[in-house]
Design a protein around this ligand. Structure first.
Ligand code: DOR
Ligand code: ZN
Length: 373
């Protein structure tokens, strides 16, 4: 039997492609091949590379490197950790010579605590970043974890996200910034975003597949392969996130695709982050089929339709980050009836593993084609 449906080329507004500086983990070539195999044709890439994307020169270098990538539209976030980066960003947004570079920049990204890549923002510049992003009308993506809570509790508990989301929304309210909260993982964070939206603020957010499908219960089996920031939460948080997807509080599903090598993950100090750009669509299609892909745990199946995928993985990120992608540029044909098993070795990311190893999914991408416009 076949049940063919067509989707636009998806947009993943949160990926780490690792180039330049960490090409042993992934390159623009390898990770965009992984994205395409997952029906993702546009991505917004994070600044925690080496050098980090915190200067116009670094952004220019990334844009030049991406010219060799034909079929994936890679946009870049501009990172900010200190004063000089603010100056660089102002130049990027104001100087006519940077116009074409500016068009490849999806917005600004800040880390409110350290994560992979040590990009924590200097507290002295946080308010200026919120103010300037508002003035320039640029979306500000925030990785919300509180450094004080995390210093006290290395498990990075839900209160850490709650506190940080609260502070970020307070600043967005103060300056009128378009704040986009990255990888929301807790019920408390979700409620704060819900309230901010009710208050009429321009606050948006995303959730990652690993927080939607995995929980702390998987940590024992996954070990370091289930380690990421923010970390996996309880099933109650997971259920709350699905509620947020269905009621529209969560605007986007974005993978936080963050490849690290198997050796790094097996080391004494494993880095945080998991790949996900290639497995997002099949996992979501499985839910559309009324099935839950986790092999051990079944939660009440959300009323999730193919239309939701289009909204969360195309329309909303397209609008939030002003990407101006045409819905009919790419056609992703999926067979909703085909069942298959996810294996890291079959995926295209350079890292060669997945936290969803061995999961049975239903829904396969059978063709990705470009429309002649
Ligand atoms: O788990 C994570 N991995 N969280 C981040 O904030 C960064 C990412 C990475 O770059 O590996
Ligand atoms: Zn990330």
């Amino acid at each position: 039997m076949t049940n063919i449906q067509t989707l636009p080329g998806l947009i993943d507004c949160h990926v780490h492609f690792r180039e330049p500086g960490f090409e042993h983990k992934g390159t623009m070539v390898s990770e965009s091949a992984s994205a395409r195999s997952g029906g993702v044709m546009s991505v917004c890439e994070m600044p925690n590379t080496n050098p980090p994307t915190t200067t116009c020169v670094a952004l220019k270098d990334k844009v030049a490197r991406s010219a060799q990538i034909r079929d994936t539209d890679i946009r870049f976030f501009f990172g900010m950790t200190s004063d000089e980066h603010l100056e660089e960003f102002l130049a990027l947004w104001k100087e006519a010579a940077y116009e074409s570079l500016q068009s490849r920049c999806a917005g600004v990204k800040v880390y409110l605590d350290h994560s992979t890549g040590n990009q924590k923002i200097d507290v002295a510049v946080i308010k200026d970043v919120f103010r300037i992003c508002a003035a320039m009308n640029v979306p500000l993506v925030a990785h919300c974890e509180d450094p004080l809570v995390n210093a006290r509790d290395p498990r990075r508990p839900p209160e850490s996200e709650e506190r940080s989301v609260h502070d970020a929304i307070t600043m967005a309210r103060m300056y009128g910034t378009h704040l986009h909260i990255a990888h929301l993982s807790t019920e408390q964070g979700l409620r704060l975003v819900q309230q901010a939206k009710k208050d009429g603020l321009t606050v948006t957010c995303e959730a990652a597949p690993h927080h939607l499908f995995l929980s702390m219960e998987d940590e024992e089996i996954l070990g370091a392969f289930g380690k990421m920031n923010p970390p996996l939460r309880t099933l109650d948080h997971q259920e709350a996130l699905w509620g947020g997807i269905l009621d529209g509080t969560i605007d986007c599903i974005a993978t936080d695709h963050a490849p690290h090598t198997v050796e790094e993950k097996k080391s004494d100090h494993p880095p945080s982050g998991v790949p996900g750009v290639e497995t997002m669509l099949p996992l979501l299609l499985t839910v559309v089929n009324g099935k839950w892909p986790h092999p051990l745990r079944k939660i009440r199946n959300p009323e999730f339709k193919i239309r939701n995928i289009e909204r969360l993985c195309f329309e909303n990120p397209n609008k939030i980050f002003g990407l101006e992608k045409k819905k009919d540029e790419w056609q992703v044909k999926v067979d909703l009836d085909q069942e298959w098993v996810i294996h890291g070795k079959d995926l295209h990311s350079k890292c060669g593993w997945t936290p969803f190893e061995g999961w049975g999914v239903q829904g396969k991408i059978i063709e990705v084609s470009k429309n002649s416009l």
